[in-house]
Design a protein around this ligand. Structure first.
Ligand code: AHR
Length: 753
């Protein structure tokens, strides 16, 4: 194949295209990026956070002391619980750490911070893997700090706090941090995890979530209240912990100050997300003064980041140690919002935010699926409100990414730009990384796409809420997935400007046309459904069923078909939680298409495609099935077009794209600083592709990630598939063979332009 690059024909400015997204799920912060080694350090775990939690979760008695929980005369009013431990000499309590335990390493010093007291001023012994420190407690609450250097390694260690004599002691806060945190900071981050991020050279960091930002009571003071950045500041002992909607306790040890600091360290743009005055998961919508408060919080964030030290929030930033302002160019309001209320609120947020900072670039939301009415409404509002970006999210099968590689090619360059704030193909294997890389070559080229980040970032293997994830870890090990390496290669070699790349023969192959083939059946989805009539029309004729019922998760098989059909159902829900599923083209549990009616808490209708066990939502609309109401549901497939109607109203229209693959997926860019010309090439096929690249240069480096489709990295073999770097001599043209199943970045140096 002949490849020609045109460094002189500069196209789209790539700006901050490839960045990162952080959300505290999978214990990404507490028990993860946050270097705190103790779990439940302030006895604030609560059943609101997770039903089985108590204020003593993560702690165990040493011996048989009497342990009581108290709140009176607590040193930290916002975290009022403390323990009284009463018993004989050598009795006490121990902390179990996260996951399998505290990862103590021989010679790696940790700082133990204790807020404690004792009526009779007894001494306490702190022990960790052979390290011991004696702490004399006084009658009043006092902060004690001691260093503990383990004498042996134990990845499942416990911290022991035991009395040196008979008596009692009280502890309100106990923290154990290694000294070797990232940049040695006291309230620090895990250095090995930050290093993995720093290596990538991201252009921005979206934080603190995700669903984390919009699930909770509207009252931010409630234990399970909506995430509020103002409650994440100040001394960590007094930052109120909260219910993390992913089913655990969030200490807020990493708060907005720490996020901004991390962005500064990574030399990337912070991209904070604030709540838009609603909890869409529980249909709670702020109004009146409460909504004003949400808007005020968003406005105050600008002051916190950029205000001078004599402003209120700028002053707090300075007090926390950062008198200089932080960067703040982007601000997102909302996450996956599909409600009218959100879009109306957004108009007011936008007005207030622009007044506070005319330079701020605002990001609106278009829901969790990249097609359908709520998605279009998100874009429509964004255009009206003249927002700079629209946040899009989707998690799909690798086949979807390949079939939709040019998804954004037709999006206009003017008006709001695409912020692809969350995306991933389902899986951490090389086939996923290849599909994502192919997709990213087109994200680079699409004029409308401005920002994109893979999601989620981190997962502690002991606490999996969501997968795939970019980086997996336990207490002492880190695994950079193959998806991570693709992201890293695209970030480190992003370039400043896109340039055209042409080929003489980049063969495309249609691997699969869309044509449903297989069983068609109806399932109740946790409901009692009465059907007054079902009619299925296919090329072979029409079949009809009169009255029937489905309960719970019962199913009714209607037949087997190939190609076009029209299915009409008359039904009524007679109780239950959701709606019905209509499966068609069903071959086995891993391969079928589906119309979901009343999915996601009975709030939506979607057309999904499951390929090799991985589902893609092709299009989505709002819909909630109600008891007693009569419905006529019609599903029609004609060629590659799926149309669905509810009571005569069209709710879905989707032209399913065939899976067409290219021999190579290519993208070119230039880096202004050094004149390097960069070629990214993705070969998703097994066969090598030999090329001749027309690009006069002195030399080049090639960074290649290659692995069989099923290969992946694990904690046990973190380097099974890693990029390899080679160098080569330049010339007028460079002959290069792209190996099968590989992602390659060629960087041509000394190009004569
Ligand atoms: O990334 C995981 C979750 O996926 C995010 O919290 C949410 O925004 C999306 O649904």
């Amino acid at each position: 194949m002949q490849i020609r690059m045109y460094p002189e024909r500069k196209g789209k400015a790539l700006g901050n295209l490839f960045g990162l997204f952080f959300e505290d799920l999978n214990h990404a912060a507490d028990g993860g990026l946050y270097a705190e080694l103790l779990q439940n350090r302030d006895f604030e775990f609560d059943s609101v956070d997770r039903p089985e939690y108590t204020p003593l979760t993560g702690w165990a008695p040493v011996g048989h002391p009497k342990i009581t929980l108290r709140t009176e005369d607590a040193p930290f009013p916002r975290n009022p619980h403390y323990v009284r431990v009463q018993g004989r000499v050598h009795m006490g309590i121990s902390n179990l750490g996260y996951g399998e335990g505290i990862p103590a390493q021989k010679g790696r010093t940790c700082r133990l911070t204790l807020w404690a007291r004792s009526e009779k001023s007894i001494a306490l012994c702190a022990g960790l893997c052979g390290a011991r420190a004696v702490i004399e407690l006084g009658k009043d609450w006092e902060k004690h700090e001691v260093l503990l250097t383990p004498e042996y390694t134990d990845c499942a260690a416990r911290l022991l706090l035991t009395a040196q004599s008979d008596g009692s002691f009280e502890i309100a806060f106990a923290s154990l941090m290694p000294l070797d945190t990232w940049k040695g900071r006291k309230n620090g981050l895990r250095a090995d995890l930050v290093e993995a991020l720093a290596e990538m050279k991201p252009r921005f960091l979206r934080f603190p979530g995700g669903c984390l930002t919009h699930d909770g009571q509207l009252d931010p003071d409630a234990r399970d209240g909506i995430y509020n950045w103002k409650r994440t500041l100040g001394p960590v002992e007094n930052r109120p912990g909260r219910r993390n909607n992913w089913g655990y306790h969030q200490t807020m040890g990493i708060g907005f100050y720490e996020y901004f600091l991390l962005c500064e360290d990574l030399n990337c743009e912070p991209l904070p997300v604030v709540n838009g005055g609603l909890d869409p998961h529980h249909l709670r919508f702020a109004q009146g003064e409460l909504l004003e408060e949400y808007i005020r919080d968003a406005v105050d964030l600008i002051e916190f980041a950029k205000g001078s030290t004599d402003t209120y929030w700028g002053g707090i930033r300075a007090e926390m140690g950062h008198p200089e302002s932080f960067r703040l160019r982007y601000l997102a309001v909302g996450n996956e919002e599909i409600h009218q209320e959100f879009h109306e609120n957004m108009t007011r947020f936008a007005q207030a935010l622009r007044k506070a900072d005319p330079e701020i670039e605002l990001i609106g939301s278009a829901g969790p699926v990249c097609d359908g009415k709520p998605y279009e409404m998100g874009w429509e509002y964004a255009r009206r409100q003249k927002l700079e970006y629209v946040d899009e999210h989707y998690y799909q099968a690798p086949e979807w990414f390949l079939a939709n590689v040019d998804h954004y090619a037709s999006y206009p360059a003017d008006g709001p730009k695409v912020f692809l704030g969350e995306y991933a193909s389902w899986g951490n294997r090389m086939e996923n990384a290849l599909a994502e890389a192919a997709y990213m070559t087109e994200l680079q080229k699409a004029p409308a796409v401005a920002l994109a980040c893979y999601a989620p970032m981190f997962c502690n293997v002991h606490y999996v809420n969501w997968q795939p994830d970019m980086i997996w870890f336990d207490g002492h090990r880190v695994c950079r997935t193959v998806n991570y390496h693709v992201q890293s290669m695209f970030m480190r070699h992003q370039g400043d400007t896109d340039i055209p790349v042409e080929t003489d023969d980049n063969r495309t192959v249609c691997e699969q046309e869309y044509r449903p083939s297989g069983r068609i059946y109806v399932l109740a989805d946790d409901t009692d459904m009465l059907f007054d009539g079902i009619r299925l029309e296919t090329a072979d004729g029409t079949r009809e069923w009169s009255k029937c019922e489905l309960h719970g998760e019962e199913e009714m098989i209607l037949g087997s078909l190939e190609g076009d059909f029209t299915l009409t159902l008359h039904c009524r829900r007679n109780g239950g939680k959701k709606g019905i599923l209509i499966r068609f083209g069903w071959q086995d549990e891993d391969n079928y298409d589906q119309w979901t009616l009343g999915g996601w808490q009975n709030s939506d209708s979607g057309i999904e495609q499951r390929i090799r066990g991985r589902s893609s939502c092709l299009t989505q609309n709002n819909f909630s099935m109600q008891d007693g109401k009569e419905y006529e549901m019609t599903l029609q497939v004609k060629g590659n077009v799926i149309t669905a109607f509810i009571n005569g109203e069209q709710v879905h229209y989707m032209a399913v794209r065939p899976l067409v693959t290219r021999q190579l997926y290519l993208a070119g860019s230039v880096e202004e600083e050094n004149g390097d010309v960069i070629l990214k090439a993705v070969n998703i096929h097994a066969e090598d592709v030999s090329t001749e690249i027309e690009i006069p240069c002195e030399s080049y480096t090639a960074e290649t990630l290659q692995g069989a489709p099923e290969s992946r990295n694990t904690l046990e073999s973190p380097d099974a598939v890693v990029p390899k770097v080679t160098t080569g001599q330049g010339g007028n043209r460079v002959a290069y063979t792209f190996p099968g199943h590989s992602v390659t970045v060629l960087r041509f140096r000394g190009t004569s332009r």
